[in-house]
Write a protein that binds this ligand. Sequence first.
Ligand SMILES: *Cc1c(COP(=O)(O)O)cnc(C)c1O
Ligand SMILES: [Zn+2]
Length: 421
Amino acid sequence: MDHVLHLKCLICGKEYTTDEIDYICPDHKNEGIVDVRYDYDLIKSRINRESLTKSRDYSIWRYKPLLPIFPDAEVPPLAIGWTPLYEAPRLAQKLQLKHLWVKDDGRLPTASFKDRASAVAVVKAHEKNAKIITTASTGNAAAALAGICASVGQPNVIFVPVSAPPAKIAQLLVYNSTVMLVKGTYDDAFELCLEAAAEYGWYNRNTGYNPYMTEGKKTAAYEICEQLNWQAPDVIFVSVGDGCIIGGLHKGLKDLLALGWIDRMPRIIGVQAEGSNFLYEAWTNNEDILTKAPVSGITVADSISAGLPRDRIKALAAVNETNGAYVCISDDEILSAIPVLARGVGVFAEPAGAAAYAGLVKAVEKGLVQADERIVVLNTGNGLKDIKNTMTAVEMAGVKPFIIEPKMEAVRKEIRYLNIQ
Ligand SMILES: *Cc1c(COP(=O)(O)O)cnc(C)c1O
Ligand SMILES: [Zn+2]
Protein backbone atom coordinates (compact mmCIF):
# COMPACT_ATOMS: atom_id res chain seq x y z
CA MET A 1 0.00 0.00 0.00
CA ASP A 2 2.70 2.47 -0.96
CA HIS A 3 0.05 4.92 -2.20
CA VAL A 4 -1.20 5.49 1.38
CA LEU A 5 1.07 8.04 3.06
CA HIS A 6 -0.39 8.07 6.56
CA LEU A 7 -3.48 8.41 8.75
CA LYS A 8 -3.90 11.96 10.03
CA CYS A 9 -5.84 12.90 13.16
CA LEU A 10 -8.37 15.59 12.34
CA ILE A 11 -8.12 17.06 15.85
CA CYS A 12 -4.38 17.26 16.59
CA GLY A 13 -2.92 16.69 13.14
CA LYS A 14 -0.72 13.85 14.35
CA GLU A 15 0.19 11.36 11.63
CA TYR A 16 0.29 7.59 12.01
CA THR A 17 1.34 4.79 9.69
CA THR A 18 -1.28 2.21 8.78
CA ASP A 19 0.64 -0.28 10.93
CA GLU A 20 0.53 1.94 14.01
CA ILE A 21 -3.23 2.30 14.33
CA ASP A 22 -6.33 0.68 12.86
CA TYR A 23 -8.95 3.18 13.93
CA ILE A 24 -8.84 6.42 15.92
CA CYS A 25 -6.08 8.72 17.19
CA PRO A 26 -5.24 7.23 20.60
CA ASP A 27 -4.83 10.73 22.07
CA HIS A 28 -8.47 11.65 21.44
CA LYS A 29 -10.41 8.49 22.20
CA ASN A 30 -13.58 8.06 20.14
CA GLU A 31 -13.54 11.62 18.84
CA GLY A 32 -10.11 11.21 17.22
CA ILE A 33 -11.28 10.32 13.74
CA VAL A 34 -8.38 10.08 11.29
CA ASP A 35 -8.20 10.75 7.57
CA VAL A 36 -6.38 8.54 5.08
CA ARG A 37 -3.80 10.58 3.12
CA TYR A 38 -2.52 9.51 -0.30
CA ASP A 39 0.41 9.98 -2.63
CA TYR A 40 -1.48 11.39 -5.60
CA ASP A 41 1.55 11.45 -7.91
CA LEU A 42 1.97 7.73 -7.44
CA ILE A 43 -1.74 7.16 -7.96
CA LYS A 44 -1.62 9.21 -11.18
CA SER A 45 0.97 6.81 -12.56
CA ARG A 46 -1.45 3.91 -12.00
CA ILE A 47 -4.85 5.21 -13.02
CA ASN A 48 -6.20 8.07 -15.10
CA ARG A 49 -9.39 9.13 -16.83
CA GLU A 50 -8.33 7.44 -20.09
CA SER A 51 -7.52 4.11 -18.44
CA LEU A 52 -10.91 4.26 -16.76
CA THR A 53 -12.75 4.58 -20.06
CA LYS A 54 -11.22 1.23 -21.01
CA SER A 55 -12.12 -0.46 -17.73
CA ARG A 56 -14.90 -2.99 -17.88
CA ASP A 57 -15.11 -3.24 -14.10
CA TYR A 58 -18.36 -1.46 -13.35
CA SER A 59 -18.04 -1.54 -9.57
CA ILE A 60 -16.27 0.48 -6.88
CA TRP A 61 -13.17 -1.63 -7.59
CA ARG A 62 -12.62 0.18 -10.88
CA TYR A 63 -11.08 2.83 -8.59
CA LYS A 64 -8.90 0.34 -6.70
CA PRO A 65 -5.68 2.40 -6.98
CA LEU A 66 -7.55 5.15 -5.07
CA LEU A 67 -8.68 2.86 -2.26
CA PRO A 68 -6.68 2.02 0.90
CA ILE A 69 -6.20 -1.62 -0.02
CA PHE A 70 -3.44 -3.71 -1.57
CA PRO A 71 -3.48 -3.94 -5.39
CA ASP A 72 -3.85 -7.73 -5.22
CA ALA A 73 -6.46 -7.70 -2.43
CA GLU A 74 -9.31 -10.09 -3.06
CA VAL A 75 -12.62 -8.27 -3.18
CA PRO A 76 -16.11 -9.60 -2.36
CA PRO A 77 -18.06 -10.97 -5.34
CA LEU A 78 -21.26 -8.91 -4.92
CA ALA A 79 -21.73 -6.13 -7.49
CA ILE A 80 -21.13 -2.99 -5.46
CA GLY A 81 -21.11 0.45 -7.02
CA TRP A 82 -21.67 2.05 -10.42
CA THR A 83 -25.29 2.74 -9.58
CA PRO A 84 -27.35 4.64 -12.15
CA LEU A 85 -27.42 8.42 -12.32
CA TYR A 86 -30.86 9.22 -13.72
CA GLU A 87 -31.82 12.47 -15.34
CA ALA A 88 -34.95 13.82 -13.69
CA PRO A 89 -36.44 16.37 -16.12
CA ARG A 90 -39.98 16.27 -14.71
CA LEU A 91 -38.81 16.88 -11.16
CA ALA A 92 -36.50 19.60 -12.44
CA GLN A 93 -39.40 21.31 -14.15
CA LYS A 94 -41.53 21.06 -11.03
CA LEU A 95 -38.82 22.90 -9.10
CA GLN A 96 -38.04 25.29 -11.96
CA LEU A 97 -34.54 23.91 -12.31
CA LYS A 98 -32.75 23.05 -15.53
CA HIS A 99 -30.45 20.14 -14.70
CA LEU A 100 -31.30 17.55 -12.08
CA TRP A 101 -30.05 14.00 -11.60
CA VAL A 102 -30.89 11.34 -9.03
CA LYS A 103 -28.27 8.74 -8.22
CA ASP A 104 -29.92 5.57 -6.98
CA ASP A 105 -27.91 3.68 -4.42
CA GLY A 106 -31.04 1.84 -3.36
CA ARG A 107 -30.00 -0.62 -6.08
CA LEU A 108 -26.89 -1.88 -4.31
CA PRO A 109 -26.92 -5.56 -3.22
CA THR A 110 -28.33 -4.94 0.27
CA ALA A 111 -30.30 -1.93 -0.98
CA SER A 112 -28.43 0.95 0.63
CA PHE A 113 -25.39 3.16 0.17
CA LYS A 114 -23.71 1.37 3.11
CA ASP A 115 -22.55 -1.46 0.84
CA ARG A 116 -19.79 0.83 -0.41
CA ALA A 117 -18.27 1.08 3.06
CA SER A 118 -18.95 -2.45 4.23
CA ALA A 119 -17.22 -3.84 1.15
CA VAL A 120 -14.02 -2.04 2.14
CA ALA A 121 -14.48 -3.17 5.78
CA VAL A 122 -14.59 -6.80 4.68
CA VAL A 123 -11.40 -6.40 2.63
CA LYS A 124 -9.59 -4.67 5.52
CA ALA A 125 -10.74 -7.30 8.04
CA HIS A 126 -9.45 -10.02 5.74
CA GLU A 127 -6.12 -8.20 5.52
CA LYS A 128 -5.96 -8.33 9.35
CA ASN A 129 -7.00 -11.99 9.43
CA ALA A 130 -9.93 -11.02 11.63
CA LYS A 131 -12.12 -13.89 12.80
CA ILE A 132 -15.13 -11.67 13.51
CA ILE A 133 -16.26 -8.30 12.17
CA THR A 134 -18.63 -6.21 14.21
CA THR A 135 -20.65 -3.03 13.81
CA ALA A 136 -23.38 -1.02 15.41
CA SER A 137 -25.93 0.43 13.05
CA THR A 138 -29.36 1.95 12.71
CA GLY A 139 -29.93 -0.93 10.29
CA ASN A 140 -28.42 -0.36 6.87
CA ALA A 141 -24.74 -0.50 7.78
CA ALA A 142 -25.52 -3.74 9.56
CA ALA A 143 -27.46 -5.18 6.63
CA ALA A 144 -24.62 -4.22 4.32
CA LEU A 145 -22.00 -5.81 6.52
CA ALA A 146 -24.15 -8.91 6.97
CA GLY A 147 -24.71 -9.34 3.23
CA ILE A 148 -21.15 -8.77 2.14
CA CYS A 149 -19.82 -11.01 4.92
CA ALA A 150 -22.25 -13.71 3.79
CA SER A 151 -20.88 -13.46 0.25
CA VAL A 152 -17.44 -14.50 1.50
CA GLY A 153 -18.41 -16.63 4.52
CA GLN A 154 -17.11 -14.12 7.10
CA PRO A 155 -18.64 -14.41 10.60
CA ASN A 156 -19.94 -11.16 12.10
CA VAL A 157 -21.75 -9.74 15.12
CA ILE A 158 -24.26 -6.92 14.74
CA PHE A 159 -25.68 -4.43 17.26
CA VAL A 160 -28.87 -2.61 16.20
CA PRO A 161 -31.58 -0.84 18.17
CA VAL A 162 -34.57 -3.11 18.74
CA SER A 163 -36.67 -0.42 17.01
CA ALA A 164 -34.95 -0.90 13.61
CA PRO A 165 -37.45 -1.53 10.75
CA PRO A 166 -38.33 -5.24 10.43
CA ALA A 167 -37.03 -5.46 6.84
CA LYS A 168 -33.54 -4.50 8.00
CA ILE A 169 -33.62 -7.00 10.88
CA ALA A 170 -34.84 -9.66 8.42
CA GLN A 171 -31.80 -8.97 6.25
CA LEU A 172 -29.47 -9.58 9.20
CA LEU A 173 -31.15 -12.84 10.10
CA VAL A 174 -31.35 -14.19 6.57
CA TYR A 175 -27.62 -13.61 6.10
CA ASN A 176 -27.00 -15.46 9.38
CA SER A 177 -25.30 -12.69 11.34
CA THR A 178 -25.16 -12.91 15.12
CA VAL A 179 -27.71 -10.23 15.96
CA MET A 180 -27.89 -8.24 19.18
CA LEU A 181 -31.13 -6.24 19.27
CA VAL A 182 -30.28 -3.54 21.78
CA LYS A 183 -33.07 -2.16 23.95
CA GLY A 184 -31.90 1.39 23.49
CA THR A 185 -30.92 3.92 20.85
CA TYR A 186 -28.36 3.68 18.08
CA ASP A 187 -26.00 5.61 20.35
CA ASP A 188 -26.41 2.92 23.03
CA ALA A 189 -25.77 0.20 20.44
CA PHE A 190 -22.67 2.05 19.26
CA GLU A 191 -21.08 2.28 22.73
CA LEU A 192 -21.90 -1.35 23.42
CA CYS A 193 -20.37 -2.48 20.15
CA LEU A 194 -17.13 -0.58 20.82
CA GLU A 195 -16.90 -2.22 24.25
CA ALA A 196 -17.54 -5.68 22.85
CA ALA A 197 -15.03 -5.19 20.05
CA ALA A 198 -12.37 -4.16 22.58
CA GLU A 199 -13.14 -7.08 24.88
CA TYR A 200 -13.10 -9.77 22.18
CA GLY A 201 -10.66 -8.27 19.70
CA TRP A 202 -13.18 -8.16 16.85
CA TYR A 203 -12.56 -6.11 13.71
CA ASN A 204 -14.52 -2.91 14.09
CA ARG A 205 -16.49 -1.49 11.14
CA ASN A 206 -18.12 1.31 13.11
CA THR A 207 -18.93 4.55 11.33
CA GLY A 208 -16.93 7.56 12.44
CA TYR A 209 -14.43 5.23 14.10
CA ASN A 210 -13.01 3.07 11.33
CA PRO A 211 -11.31 5.55 8.95
CA TYR A 212 -11.69 3.29 5.92
CA MET A 213 -15.49 3.63 5.78
CA THR A 214 -15.15 7.16 4.40
CA GLU A 215 -12.87 5.71 1.73
CA GLY A 216 -15.49 3.22 0.57
CA LYS A 217 -18.17 5.90 0.54
CA LYS A 218 -16.09 8.33 -1.50
CA THR A 219 -16.54 6.10 -4.56
CA ALA A 220 -20.01 7.61 -5.07
CA ALA A 221 -18.40 10.98 -5.76
CA TYR A 222 -16.06 9.38 -8.32
CA GLU A 223 -19.01 7.75 -10.05
CA ILE A 224 -21.08 10.94 -10.15
CA CYS A 225 -18.24 12.84 -11.80
CA GLU A 226 -17.33 10.05 -14.20
CA GLN A 227 -20.99 9.55 -15.15
CA LEU A 228 -21.13 13.29 -15.93
CA ASN A 229 -18.01 12.98 -18.10
CA TRP A 230 -15.87 14.63 -15.43
CA GLN A 231 -17.93 17.81 -15.53
CA ALA A 232 -18.47 18.10 -11.79
CA PRO A 233 -22.00 19.08 -10.76
CA ASP A 234 -22.58 22.41 -9.02
CA VAL A 235 -24.41 21.02 -6.02
CA ILE A 236 -24.86 17.61 -4.40
CA PHE A 237 -27.66 16.87 -1.90
CA VAL A 238 -27.27 14.11 0.65
CA SER A 239 -29.04 13.21 3.86
CA VAL A 240 -26.93 13.18 7.01
CA GLY A 241 -27.05 11.08 10.18
CA ASP A 242 -23.59 10.20 11.47
CA GLY A 243 -22.05 12.23 8.67
CA CYS A 244 -19.94 9.51 7.09
CA ILE A 245 -21.59 9.63 3.67
CA ILE A 246 -21.29 13.41 3.36
CA GLY A 247 -17.67 13.22 4.55
CA GLY A 248 -17.03 10.45 2.04
CA LEU A 249 -18.45 12.46 -0.85
CA HIS A 250 -16.26 15.39 0.13
CA LYS A 251 -13.22 13.13 0.31
CA GLY A 252 -13.93 11.70 -3.13
CA LEU A 253 -14.25 15.17 -4.62
CA LYS A 254 -11.02 16.31 -2.94
CA ASP A 255 -9.24 13.29 -4.44
CA LEU A 256 -10.55 14.16 -7.91
CA LEU A 257 -9.44 17.79 -7.55
CA ALA A 258 -5.99 16.69 -6.37
CA LEU A 259 -5.70 14.39 -9.38
CA GLY A 260 -6.86 17.18 -11.70
CA TRP A 261 -9.78 15.06 -12.95
CA ILE A 262 -12.33 17.76 -12.09
CA ASP A 263 -11.68 21.48 -12.11
CA ARG A 264 -13.83 22.75 -9.26
CA MET A 265 -15.40 21.66 -6.01
CA PRO A 266 -19.19 21.22 -6.02
CA ARG A 267 -21.13 22.63 -3.06
CA ILE A 268 -22.32 19.92 -0.74
CA ILE A 269 -25.67 20.39 0.97
CA GLY A 270 -26.35 18.16 3.96
CA VAL A 271 -29.96 17.40 4.84
CA GLN A 272 -31.02 16.60 8.38
CA ALA A 273 -34.33 15.74 10.02
CA GLU A 274 -35.72 18.18 12.61
CA GLY A 275 -35.43 15.71 15.49
CA SER A 276 -31.93 14.67 14.53
CA ASN A 277 -30.36 17.94 13.49
CA PHE A 278 -27.12 18.11 15.48
CA LEU A 279 -25.07 19.23 12.49
CA TYR A 280 -27.68 21.65 11.19
CA GLU A 281 -27.75 23.34 14.62
CA ALA A 282 -23.97 23.33 14.99
CA TRP A 283 -23.50 24.78 11.51
CA THR A 284 -26.26 27.38 11.86
CA ASN A 285 -25.16 28.59 15.30
CA ASN A 286 -21.44 28.10 14.82
CA GLU A 287 -21.23 25.72 17.78
CA ASP A 288 -18.24 23.61 18.81
CA ILE A 289 -19.07 20.08 17.69
CA LEU A 290 -16.67 18.50 20.15
CA THR A 291 -18.47 19.94 23.18
CA LYS A 292 -22.04 20.31 21.88
CA ALA A 293 -24.53 18.07 23.71
CA PRO A 294 -26.33 15.33 21.73
CA VAL A 295 -29.81 16.01 20.31
CA SER A 296 -32.72 13.58 20.69
CA GLY A 297 -32.20 11.86 17.35
CA ILE A 298 -35.91 11.16 16.96
CA THR A 299 -37.10 11.01 13.35
CA VAL A 300 -39.22 8.87 11.07
CA ALA A 301 -36.11 8.47 8.90
CA ASP A 302 -34.39 5.84 11.05
CA SER A 303 -31.22 5.79 8.94
CA ILE A 304 -30.43 9.42 9.76
CA SER A 305 -31.27 9.18 13.42
CA ALA A 306 -28.07 10.07 15.26
CA GLY A 307 -28.14 12.07 18.49
CA LEU A 308 -24.38 12.50 18.37
CA PRO A 309 -23.13 12.16 14.78
CA ARG A 310 -20.02 10.00 14.97
CA ASP A 311 -18.39 11.49 11.91
CA ARG A 312 -19.24 15.08 12.77
CA ILE A 313 -15.78 16.50 12.14
CA LYS A 314 -15.72 15.34 8.54
CA ALA A 315 -19.42 16.12 8.11
CA LEU A 316 -19.03 19.75 9.12
CA ALA A 317 -15.89 20.20 7.01
CA ALA A 318 -17.74 18.82 3.96
CA VAL A 319 -20.16 21.73 4.11
CA ASN A 320 -17.79 24.45 5.34
CA GLU A 321 -15.02 23.69 2.88
CA THR A 322 -17.31 23.53 -0.15
CA ASN A 323 -19.31 26.66 0.59
CA GLY A 324 -22.31 24.36 1.04
CA ALA A 325 -25.05 24.40 3.64
CA TYR A 326 -27.06 22.31 6.04
CA VAL A 327 -30.82 22.31 5.68
CA CYS A 328 -33.34 20.84 8.04
CA ILE A 329 -36.71 19.29 7.21
CA SER A 330 -39.68 17.91 9.13
CA ASP A 331 -40.75 14.28 9.20
CA ASP A 332 -43.84 15.23 7.19
CA GLU A 333 -41.66 16.78 4.50
CA ILE A 334 -39.60 13.59 4.39
CA LEU A 335 -42.63 11.35 4.04
CA SER A 336 -44.18 13.61 1.40
CA ALA A 337 -41.00 13.38 -0.64
CA ILE A 338 -41.23 9.58 -0.97
CA PRO A 339 -44.12 9.47 -3.49
CA VAL A 340 -42.92 12.65 -5.23
CA LEU A 341 -39.54 11.10 -5.95
CA ALA A 342 -41.09 7.77 -6.92
CA ARG A 343 -43.52 9.40 -9.37
CA GLY A 344 -41.13 12.03 -10.62
CA VAL A 345 -38.25 9.80 -11.61
CA GLY A 346 -39.23 6.22 -10.74
CA VAL A 347 -36.93 5.90 -7.74
CA PHE A 348 -38.51 4.45 -4.63
CA ALA A 349 -36.57 5.63 -1.59
CA GLU A 350 -36.72 4.85 2.10
CA PRO A 351 -37.37 7.93 4.29
CA ALA A 352 -33.68 8.80 4.72
CA GLY A 353 -33.18 8.60 0.96
CA ALA A 354 -36.19 10.76 0.16
CA ALA A 355 -34.94 13.25 2.75
CA ALA A 356 -32.25 14.36 0.30
CA TYR A 357 -34.93 15.32 -2.21
CA ALA A 358 -36.98 17.06 0.51
CA GLY A 359 -33.80 18.99 1.28
CA LEU A 360 -33.56 20.12 -2.34
CA VAL A 361 -37.15 21.38 -2.19
CA LYS A 362 -36.24 23.35 0.94
CA ALA A 363 -33.07 24.69 -0.61
CA VAL A 364 -35.00 25.92 -3.66
CA GLU A 365 -37.45 27.70 -1.32
CA LYS A 366 -34.56 29.31 0.54
CA GLY A 367 -32.77 30.35 -2.64
CA LEU A 368 -29.75 28.20 -1.91
CA VAL A 369 -29.56 26.94 -5.49
CA GLN A 370 -29.83 28.72 -8.82
CA ALA A 371 -32.14 27.63 -11.62
CA ASP A 372 -29.38 26.82 -14.09
CA GLU A 373 -27.13 24.90 -11.70
CA ARG A 374 -26.39 21.22 -12.27
CA ILE A 375 -27.74 19.38 -9.25
CA VAL A 376 -27.38 15.80 -8.06
CA VAL A 377 -29.61 14.25 -5.40
CA LEU A 378 -28.38 11.06 -3.83
CA ASN A 379 -30.90 8.37 -2.91
CA THR A 380 -29.16 6.38 -0.21
CA GLY A 381 -31.67 3.60 0.51
CA ASN A 382 -34.41 1.52 -1.09
CA GLY A 383 -38.06 2.12 -0.23
CA LEU A 384 -38.70 -1.57 0.40
CA LYS A 385 -36.61 -1.18 3.56
CA ASP A 386 -39.50 0.55 5.30
CA ILE A 387 -42.99 -0.30 4.08
CA LYS A 388 -44.74 0.98 7.20
CA ASN A 389 -43.62 4.56 6.60
CA THR A 390 -44.25 4.21 2.87
CA MET A 391 -47.87 3.34 3.57
CA THR A 392 -48.15 6.38 5.82
CA ALA A 393 -46.63 8.47 3.04
CA VAL A 394 -49.08 7.32 0.37
CA GLU A 395 -51.99 7.79 2.77
CA MET A 396 -50.81 11.34 3.36
CA ALA A 397 -50.66 11.78 -0.42
CA GLY A 398 -54.30 10.63 -0.57
CA VAL A 399 -53.73 7.52 -2.68
CA LYS A 400 -55.91 4.50 -2.03
CA PRO A 401 -56.44 1.22 -3.87
CA PHE A 402 -59.95 0.22 -5.02
CA ILE A 403 -61.06 -2.85 -3.14
CA ILE A 404 -63.47 -4.64 -5.47
CA GLU A 405 -65.42 -7.83 -6.12
CA PRO A 406 -63.80 -10.12 -8.75
CA LYS A 407 -66.29 -8.93 -11.41
CA MET A 408 -65.79 -6.80 -14.50
CA GLU A 409 -68.78 -4.67 -13.47
CA ALA A 410 -66.87 -3.62 -10.38
CA VAL A 411 -63.88 -2.58 -12.52
CA ARG A 412 -66.15 -0.57 -14.86
CA LYS A 413 -67.75 1.18 -11.92
CA GLU A 414 -64.43 2.50 -10.70
CA ILE A 415 -62.90 3.24 -14.11
CA ARG A 416 -65.94 5.24 -15.22
CA TYR A 417 -64.92 8.05 -12.86
CA LEU A 418 -61.30 8.10 -13.90
CA ASN A 419 -59.84 9.67 -16.98
CA ILE A 420 -57.74 6.67 -17.98
CA GLN A 421 -59.74 4.70 -20.61
C1 LIG B 1 -26.65 5.68 6.81
C2 LIG B 1 -27.62 6.29 5.93
C3 LIG B 1 -27.68 7.68 5.75
C4 LIG B 1 -26.80 8.65 6.46
O1 LIG B 1 -25.44 8.38 6.40
P1 LIG B 1 -24.46 8.91 7.52
O2 LIG B 1 -23.14 8.50 7.12
O3 LIG B 1 -24.92 8.25 8.81
O4 LIG B 1 -24.66 10.37 7.60
C5 LIG B 1 -28.62 8.17 4.88
N1 LIG B 1 -29.48 7.37 4.24
C6 LIG B 1 -29.46 6.04 4.39
C7 LIG B 1 -30.47 5.22 3.67
C8 LIG B 1 -28.53 5.45 5.24
O5 LIG B 1 -28.55 4.13 5.41
ZN1 LIG C 1 -5.21 13.32 17.69
